[in-house]
Design a protein around this ligand. Sequence first.
Ligand SMILES: [Zn+2]
Length: 266
Amino acid sequence: MQMKRSGRIHYLAVDFDGSGRSVQGFTTRREGVSRPPYNSLNLGMNTLDQPSNVEGNRSILTRAFGVNQEALVSVRQVHGSDILVIDEPNEEYDHFSSVESDAVITNQPGVMIGICVADCVPILLCDSVKGVVAAVHAGWQGTAAKLAAKTVAGMKSLFGSDPGELQAAIGPGIGKCCYEVDAPVRQAFLQNGIPWDSFAEARDEGKWRLDMAAANRDLLLSAGVPASAIQVSDMCVCCRKDLFFSYRRDNGDTGRQMGFIMLTQD
Ligand SMILES: [Zn+2]
């Protein structure tokens, strides 16, 4: 992953094998139109930012990749484990914004899937053989629910993707350096059979520092994605105020960056 510029936006670009079958990356907060504390490329509708500014920012993103704003699919993220599947062409995708879901899979070229985050980990998946892409929202609930692995399984069962041929990118979320959690998080992981001690470091009594990126990498490995095909960002959104929004750092009053992926038109 490396910082790139496309149109007006600065983003963390992900190169999936150079097949050129998809474009994807993780946005930063730079070069948008929103005012503090949403400055400036806030892509999250579910904030107190002016909707017209968020619309403007979404338009900056889609235009940077040559599509209309109507091509951007984002869903109502609820820290659940439902997956939205888009497998037929549509005139416009705005109506999906009310669909409660935390992952999206599509085989439709020209549809840009966007997952909004500000601490949670955005995960992108690409099957360039079958032409299927996905994006996942993984906070601690989504991680405990193994949503990344479920999404891989969905790509396999619905579109015949071979997990061994998938490529994955785990984008910037809150790092272990800044993410202190308590007992309910540990309990949720253990209940679902996730080896807590591999990803969490004990701090004070009843407190741990959790590495969500590492836990999600492990989920992808367990789902059959090869280690060599998984890229992981080493940036912490809480540490990098210059580049990213962080819900925890900014006490909830902040914007959202986006993990996005789109199959290119043939
Ligand atoms: Zn940090």
